[in-house]
Design a protein around this ligand. Structure first.
Ligand SMILES: Nc1ncnc2c1ncn2[C@@H]1O[C@H](COP(=O)(O)OP(=O)(O)OP(=O)(O)O)[C@@H](O)[C@H]1O
Ligand SMILES: O=C(O)C1=C[C@@H](O)[C@@H](O)[C@H](O)C1
Ligand SMILES: [Mg+2]
Length: 168
């Protein structure tokens, strides 16, 4: 959470001329409810079920850029779909930076705790190996600006043969 998947993903899609989707936004659009409400009514398991459905559906499309939610890597089936269907970029960030970027936002239910920084550290320790397993590339966030990160992602994608789509 706060790594920049939504922010960087949207900008990468714009630069590539490809449609952008965000699984969190898609879940909210389909249910008509914000994520904290879904967590309140259905718990994390209910949210994860919806997340898997949306990821499977979006990953079946060609030529899109998809930003997932931060916990999408928890389920092995999500990791497999993302890895097999896409080029997966892990935007790695330190828990401290994640805390700085998320501390004013109330829309992440898992961080509405007494000690969100400790929670981010625990999530990082649990998830970092899963992101590494799922990803094709790792991009270190922290020092570069958002625009710098977008350029780094585009460079990696270009090396993998993905270039800007031109109008025919
Ligand atoms: N590299 C960065 N440097 C500074 N600020 C950043 C960076 N990346 C993201 N941010 C800021 O951090 C906040 C969270 O970013 P964003 O919503 O894109 O994260 P996310 O990875 O999509 O999180 P989530 O997993 O909760 O969906 C935004 O305000 C964004 O502008
Ligand atoms: O890291 C997580 O588990 C989450 C991240 C957000 O993107 C949302 O998907 C939700 O708040 C859960
Ligand atoms: Mg996001």
């Amino acid at each position: 959470m706060g790594a920049g998947k939504t922010t960087v993903g949207r900008a990468v899609a714009r630069r590539l001329g490809r449609p952008f989707f965000d699984s969190d936004h898609e879940i909210e659009a389909r249910t008509g409810a914000r994520i904290p409400v879904i967590f309140e009514l259905e718990g994390e398991p209910g949210f994860r079920e919806r997340e898997t459905q949306v990821i499977a559906e979006l990953a079946a499309r060609d030529s899109i850029v998809l930003a997932t939610g931060g916990g999408a890597v928890l389920r092995p089936e999500n990791r497999a779909i993302l890895h097999d269907r896409g080029l997966v970029v892990y935007l790695r960030a330190n828990p401290h930076d994640l805390w700085l970027r998320t501390r004013k936002d109330k829309n992440r239910p898992l961080l509405q705790t007494e000690d969100p920084k400790a929670k981010l550290e625990a999530l990082y320790n649990e998830r970092d190996p899963l992101y590494r397993e799922c990803a094709h590339f790792i991009v270190e966030t922290g020092r570069p600006s958002v625009n710098g990160l977008v350029n780094m992602v585009l460079m990696q994608l270009e090396l993998a043969g993905i270039t800007k789509q031109t109008q025919s």
